[in-house]
Design a protein around this ligand. Structure first.
Ligand code: NAP
Ligand code: MG
Length: 492
């Protein structure tokens, strides 16, 4: 397949640091692929220490420039809105670029990567003018006759190092950039090596919108680039979305340096379907929860618990849905599921899917690669009727692989649902209010959905319990995350 013209025009093959396009001093580079064909679409510089240092210095300098530091909150709001307008004006190009690079269906690039980014930017722009502290009374008795006026003020946390994954490249970058800019921070963004293209075009649009050079910098590279950013003493806060494994490394480094850190990590989110739900609703809900974005979603509903009376019919119908799913390029209007993001990730997903049958579960659909040269994996449904402690029940796959278990008792299934190191999302499906409330009380997850799954909103805090992370994004929590609280005590 040829590269669509709009997407081709939007490809940038250098990094954007301090408003300048630049290469890596070392000359090191890496290839970026179209996952639907396996063909190379771009070659980008791999940032080393010198480029990381230049980007952090630029972000530090911008933090102090009157053009940014002296800007009123309203002016920041206007700039962020202008960036949203520019994204909207270039929506087709950005959506095509994302589908080309990430593989997801074009409709999802349009709605979530582009549409979501515009919505998040506009929402966060509004916060710029609403950041506030508080006044409070103190009980200081000395010296006699002295009074005190005390208050808190929120100030920008400073230079933010944002490291993002490949599953929602543009949206994840915006989830971090939008609140950081609203709060008056500056940003060094490190997109995933698989999917750096929309981040570069985004940074270019930010310059066009009028953000001063250095306020948003994009470094392309691999994990070593990310690690160098995390170590750099000029970074005040690291915000990371990705695997729990890398999150632990980053958290440990930030702990040693006493650097602020937010971690949005993996999940093994349960979907619990009670016996009052009709089979069709259960099948549609469960299929959407696991197969959306080809399963490459941190809150993917990858463990399905179904009331025993409905179990056989729900798993059989889910297998039919999986078998009927049409795989293809995200540009193909007939396709219902695209490829995995990379060959390596496809192989990992295949390996984990194979572990199901090897450990005594029943493969009902998928478990094989899709046709063609791209990185396709057939949607996979695995039945685990005896509730065996499979690898698939424990480990995040990050692909279209579902494991299904029957249950008899609500309290027991809620215990099973919580029996995970992760706690990112969970959903319960029922029309019985008492059961839903009991599930909401019991589920250990940053987000609990009832009769829906995977929904996010800029006003709804998002993050993980347990090993799924530290901190929350969106809403007021995001503003707290990108500001420091300063207490002021005035004697008079
Ligand atoms: P990852 O390896 O954790 O990578 C995420 C980001 O961190 C990428 O930009 C990556 O750079 C960077 N990175 C890698 N090693 C680093 C280090 N030592 N220090 C600093 N930054 C580093 O995740 P991934 O490769 O995108 O996906 C692997 C698994 O992560 C998935 O299979 C899934 O289980 C999980 N995941 C979770 C989420 C989520 O939202 N919770 C999202 C995506 C993935 P590179 O460019 O070199 O990759
Ligand atoms: Mg990686």
């Amino acid at each position: 397949m040829d590269i669509p013209e709009l997407a081709k025009r939007a490809i940038r093959e250098r990094m954007l640091v301090d408003g300048q396009w630049r290469d890596a001093q070392s000359g090191a580079s890496f290839a970026v692929y179209n996952p639907a064909t396996g063909l190379e679409i771009a070659r980008l510089p791999c940032a080393g220490e010198p480029e990381v240092d230049a980007a952090v210095q630029a972000a530090r300098a911008a933090l102090r420039q009157p053009g940014w530091a002296g800007m009123t909150p309203y002016a920041r709001e206007r700039l962020i809105c202008r960036l949203a307008d520019l994204i909207e004006a270039n929506a087709d190009e950005l959506a095509q670029l994302e589908t080309l690079n990430q593989g997801k269906l074009l409709q999802w690039s349009q709605a979530i990567e582009v549409g979501g980014s515009v919505q998040w930017l506009r929402y966060m722009a509004g916060w710029a003018t609403k950041i506030e502290g508080s006044t409070f009374d103190v009980s200081l008795p000395m010296p006699p006759g002295t009074r005190y006026r005390t208050s808190t003020h929120r100030v920008p946390v400073g230079v933010v190092g944002a490291i993002v994954p490949w599953n929602f490249p543009l949206a994840m970058a915006i989830w971090k950039i939008a609140p950081a800019l609203a709060c008056g921070c500056t940003v060094v963004l490190k997109p995933a090596e698989e999917t750096p293209l929309t981040a570069l075009r985004l940074a270019e649009l930010a310059l066009e919108a009028g953000f001063p050079p250095g306020v948003l910098n994009v470094l392309t590279g691999d994990g070593s680039t990310g690690a160098a950013l995390v170590r750099h003493p000029g970074v005040d806060k690291i915000t990371f979305t990705g695997s729990t494994e890398v999150g632990r490394l980053i958290g440990a480094q930030c702990g040693r340096d006493i650097r602020r850190v937010a971690l949005e990590l993996g999940g093994k989110s349960p979907v619990v379907v009670l016996d009052d739900v009709d089979v069709e609703t259960a099948v549609q809900g469960a299929a959407g929860a696991i197969f959306f974005n080809h399963g490459q979603v941190c809150t993917a509903g990858s463990r399905l618990y179904i009331a025993r009376s409905k179990y056989d019919r729900v798993v059989a119908d889910l297998a039919s849905v999986a078998n009927a799913t049409v795989l293809g390029s995200g540009f193909d209007g007939q396709a219902q599921m695209g490829p995995m993001v990379s060959a390596g990730h496809r192989d990992r997903v295949m390996q984990l899917a194979a572990s199901g049958a090897a450990e005594g579960a029943e493969l009902l659909a998928g478990g094989v690669r899709g046709d063609g040269p791209g990185y396709f994996v057939r949607p996979t449904v695995i039945a685990n009727p005896d509730n065996k402690p499979l690898t698939l029940v424990r480990e995040e796959v990050f692909g279209p692989v579902l494991v299904a278990m029957p249950f008899d008792d609500l309290d027991q299934v809620l215990k099973d649902a919580n029996d995970s190191v992760y706690g990112l999302g969970a959903s319960v499906w029922t029309n019985r209010m008492d059961q839903a409330q009991r599930a909401i009380d019991a589920l250990e997850a940053g987000t609990v959905w009832v009769n829906t799954h995977n929904l996010v909103d800029p006003n709804m805090p998002f993050g993980g319990f347990k090993a799924s992370g530290l901190g929350r994004e969106h809403g007021r929590s995001a503003i707290d995350a990108y500001t420091e609280l300063k207490s002021v005590c005035i004697a008079y």
